[in-house]
Design a protein around this ligand. Structure first.
Ligand code: ATP
Ligand code: MG
Length: 330
């Protein structure tokens, strides 16, 4: 079976629709066909400053949400990144293979650092994509399901794998990004030119918020001039975004939706999309509450996941250390 690896940051209480439609939905599908490794990437979550108590809570909340979305610990290895120290150990090796200028071209770093005071931008935020490469490469992953915003990081990962292989001998699988066609980038409802994001909470539909709030956010989503409900991301980014979300949640094609909404207004689309979201999140929230009611069981799942992940990760690290010329410990 091919391997799949992906991660999500515990940087907010709730995942949002972009996380789900861009990535997490694929995680659930791919656990059926792949040897799956999925992690809550807490090491990445401390790159922009954080509160320890919140982080602890959000790490459990993230795991509970993944389980509620259908990640099955019998099928997939679900774990917390910091429980597998080999990620950071490989990351150091990868840092020494990464050019300073190469890392400086990463647009996520440019965007996120621009949003902070210069004094607060950490070296960790700068090297984030290198740690992400280590996350992926240490499992010899073939495929990495992510949203469009991660394409550049995946390209860096591939380059690092190839660079290591050509310098030190075939060691790493060169992974491919697995980016969904229709839902690769879900946009913010208040500003449909930027991606929906945990760290910029404007028009973000959070899976764990009161569904009435989501309905309201959808009702007040920024739409476009004109009145036709048409998929036209250039000229009608707001309506197009709503159509993409609606199509993904219902399985109806965009063309089908355009036909069904001919002669109707934005208000109708928003109302029905609101209802669809409500029906999706209500049972999800119920399941999350169930997992949170039993934190001991949740921690057990994560501990078992980490044990298995460590076996695989330690094997790769041992080979890497040997290839680069580190003496084995006595
Ligand atoms: P942050 O703002 O803290 O970076 P985030 O919302 O980008 O949070 P991540 O944990 O960084 O969430 O990403 C988890 C996964 O969700 C990644 O695969 C990412 O590509 C995907 N993703 C995030 N936002 C979107 C979006 N708006 N549309 C599609 N996929 C997305
Ligand atoms: Mg992100």
């Amino acid at each position: 079976r091919p391997r799949v690896l992906s991660g999500i940051q515990p940087t907010a209480d709730s995942f949002h629709l972009g996380n789900y439609l861009g990535a997490l939905r694929e995680w659930v599908v791919m656990q059926e066909t792949h040897d799956a490794f999925y992690c809550v990437v807490d090491l990445h979550a401390i790159t922009m400053g954080h509160d320890p108590e919140l982080l602890r809570r959000r790490t459990r909340l993230s795991a509970a949400q993944l389980l509620a979305l259908g990640i099955d610990p019998e099928r997939a290895t679900l774990f917390v990144q910091s429980h597998v120290p080999e990620h950071t150990q490989l990351s150091w090796v990868m840092e020494c293979l990464t050019g300073f200028g190469e890392a400086g071209r990463m647009t996520q770093f440019k965007d996120k650092s621009a949003r902070q005071e210069a004094d607060h931008v950490s070296v960790g935020l700068f090297t984030y994509p290198v740690l992400q490469a280590a996350d992926i490469l240490i499992y010899q992953a073939d495929a990495v399901p992510v949203g469009e915003d991660q394409r550049q990081h995946l390209e860096l990962t591939r380059n690092l794998a190839q660079r290591f292989n050509s310098r030190f001998g075939e060691t790493f699988t060169v992974p491919a990004a697995h980016i969904p066609k229709e839902t690769a980038k879900i946009f913010d409802l208040q500003d449909p030119t930027v991606k929906m994001s945990k760290s910029v909470p404007a028009g973000v539909v959070e899976l764990l918020e009161d569904p009435k709030r989501s309905v309201k956010k959808i009702r007040s989503a920024v739409t476009d001039a004109g009145r036709e409900i048409q998929y036209d991301p250039e000229n009608k980014p707001g309506v197009s975004n709503l159509l993409v979300i609606y199509s993904a949640l219902t399985g109806r094609s965009i063309a089908d939706l355009e036909a069904a909404y001919e002669g109707k207004g934005y208000g109708d689309l928003k109302k029905e999309l609101g209802q669809t979201v409500l029906e999706f999140v209500t049972p999800f929230q119920e399941k999350v509450r169930g997992y949170l009611d039993d934190p001991a069981e949740l921690d057990k799942v994560l501990r078992r996941g980490a044990e298995h992940a460590r076996e695989v990760a330690a094997g790769t690290l041992k080979t890497v250390y040997d290839r680069i010329g580190f003496l084995p410990p006595a």
